[in-house]
Design a binder for this molecule. Structure first.
Ligand code: FPP
Length: 274
């Protein structure tokens, strides 16, 4: 089992793994990979940067929107499996503050897809007891989308099996600034004093208040950066980068990423227990 973990682990830093180890892992079927997962060692909070939709479409000579549509299909598959495995929090970085700078047609197509996803997915979220939460500068989204999000959040608010967090119009730096602004407002209103400021208190001002920091962050498409995502929260997050484009990131590779994570030695600045 250790070999499997190591092989999965070594694949990730962009081809540094011996080819035969990766092949050995890839040869396993989904059932085998599933059986290797230790359900007691899952990330409590998993965050994903879903990247590569445009390239997926370009490779097929399709418009970019086709990549986003296929990306939604991957979203469904990953959300379902995460919920089945028992992951408590899953955050998907679906639209960044920087994404507003894309051509207006792409932005409106993405907003339309988001609206369709929310409408279509409500029944499944309810059946699977998944709570939906949106984080980011939601007020910048088209009014109809913001309203829909609020409605889905309210309707799913009592669901307890998993929390699906959609980061929309989100940026880590903006989140930190918003937190500082709100903290200073509370200082002015004398709700607390400067002496109260601690990492825990500050975390309460972030969009993710009440949600544990991510244990694992996956980024698809081969880019090795965090792109303004969870800048505060990722202090001790394990990172998994894969060249797979988001629309192709499906159950099997998701399981590989989890096995990889389970093979890591998380020390949080301390020394190893061995
Ligand atoms: C990055 O690919 C992806 C996005 C900016 C949007 C992600 C959106 C989805 C997967 C669909 C909507 C999501 C939900 C949750 C309903 P890219 O366009 O940057 O790809 P590229 O880097 O290859 O151009």
């Amino acid at each position: 089992m250790k070999t499997v973990f190591r092989a999965a682990q070594e694949h990730v830093p962009h081809g540094t793994c011996p080819e035969r180890d990766w092949k050995e892992c890839e040869a396993f079927g989904e059932e085998k990979l599933l059986s290797l997962i230790d359900r007691t060692q899952l990330p409590k909070h998993l965050a994903i940067i879903m990247d590569g939709n445009g390239r997926w479409a370009a490779k097929r000579h399709l418009p970019r929107i086709a990549g986003h549509k296929e990306g939604i299909s991957a979203v469904r598959e990953i959300v379902t499996l995460a919920r089945q495995l028992g992951i408590c929090y899953l955050t998907l970085y679906a639209f960044s503050n920087e994404n507003w700078n894309r051509p207006t047609t792409e932005v409106s197509q993405l907003m339309r897809l988001l609206g369709l996803y929310l409408k279509k997915e409500l029944n499944t979220l309810m059946a699977d007891k998944v709570r939906l939460k949106a984080i980011g500068q939601i007020e910048r989204l088209p009014k109809s989308i913001a309203k829909l999000l609020l409605s889905v959040e309210e309707q799913t608010s009592q669901n307890k099996e998993m929390t699906l967090i959609l980061a929309l119009s989100y940026s880590g730096r903006a989140e930190i600034l918003d937190a500082v602004r709100n903290f200073c407002g509370d200082l002015q209103d004398q709700k607390l004093s400067l002496h109260d400021l601690s990492e825990t208190i500050f975390s309460n001002y972030l969009y993710t208040t009440g949600i544990p920091d991510p244990d694992l962050m996956i980024r698809t498409s081969g880019e090795i950066r965090v792109s303004n995502f969870f800048l505060w929260q990722m202090a001790y997050t394990e990172l998994y980068f894969t060249k797979t484009l988001w629309p192709d990131f499906r159950r099997k590779e998701f399981l590989m990423a989890l096995l990889d994570y389970q093979g890591r030695d998380r020390r949080f600045g301390k020394i190893s227990q061995i």
